[in-house]
Design a binder for this molecule. Sequence first.
Ligand code: ADP
Length: 456
Amino acid sequence: KTNNFDVVVVGSGGGGFSAAIEAKQAGKKVAIIEKMPTVGGNTLISGGEMNAPGNWVQKKLGIKGDSVKSYYKDTMKGGDYLGDPKMVHILANNALGSAKWLRDDIHVKFINDQLFQFGGHSYKRALIPVGHTGQELVTKLDNKAKSLKIPIYTNTKAKSLIKRNGRIVGVKARYQDKKNVTFNAKKAVILTTGGFGSNVKMRTKYNKEYDKRYKSTDTAGTMGDGIVMAQNVGAKLTNMKYIQTYPIANPKTGMISLLADTRFDGAILVNQQGKRFVEELERRDVISKAILKQTGGYTYQIWNDKIDGISKTKAAHKAEYNELIKEGLLYKADTIDELAKDFKIDPATLKATIKKVNHYAKTGNDKDFHHRAGLVSLAKGPYYIEKAVPSVHHTMGGLVINEKTEVLNEKGKAIPGLYAAGELTGVIQGSNRLGGNAIADIITFGRIAGKTAGKL
Ligand code: ADP
């Protein structure tokens, strides 16, 4: 079967939807193809938070001083200066505009009186969608795509790119692993297939460390397909060895713990000995490595009701809360003694640790690990303790794109007809992506890809 379009978008995460919507609004005949039975990719199961310097919630909360420049600096530094400065500038300059687009054009609802400050950021600048997950984003993007009558071919896996006279002119795909389908693209193929966190073979090809000992927070579809397809037509890859683990994930399933987002509002991390060992707002790679060095390679995260009152994650992630309790990975306790007993931590040491935390909370000076937001008092229960391990979360490396999202070949020249945006690109996040930067990246560059294709 053959289908003819102007623009074919491969992958229906946040990047793919943004590209398809922009291209369609520019008057192109657009299709999205998605290999899974449902849309959304990792965007759907993510926390959905999005950095936007100078945003409206910062204004409402009286948070002053944030700027495009500060966000740019944090992102570059967070990725050890391996991001492409020109591309990171585009991200920083457009993040707020992307957030406003989601809010005003896509009708995404962001919580209007709460923000997250993820590790590595100088300010609380991440907007939180209602429900604290990517579901709000994907639902609204999907609604918009439907209202624009963009066809979405699910269960349709792109297998290879069609190249004719040096130009990418379409995609060969399989429907439900039964039928071959060809999608011709008169103007552009836009790859938005996400990273390769679920592909153990591909992970170890580029970095031996991340073998099957690590579970992944990613969906089963996160196999690096787009990177390989582009590579097969000459695309250059970069930063492939940089694979990010999310420090706080379920030790049994590898799933990200969104309940544990209390960490951004004062939850502490301790080891089996009951001692803190890292600044809780450090970069993900630093915290992950520190956790793996502790006894058993795991950590306990501890917080109280006061902290939950700030982050409100218990209400937002009820299902996860109940699941962790059921699995014996989370306990609620009234006293620190009980809390310690639940995981056989020495109560005296844990009490001493928490006493210090309370003191540092009062003085505003964490003398041990210099908590950048200031610690919060854990003097009053009830308390929560959750066991967690690092899990593969984001692959920073991927395709080299330019400011128009054209995919570049080994010689640095654009491959005609081929565009990419989102996690499969490797030029934005450097060696380490900061929290809240994936959504900002995929929406910003997804839209640029769609607009670029819209002008062809
Ligand atoms: P991003 O955040 O970059 O938008 P996501 O992980 O949210 O990435 O979305 C990527 C989407 O692409 C997922 O829904 C995934 O199932 C889909 N996908 C991956 N490989 C293919 C493929 N070969 N053909 C079609 N869809 C694909």
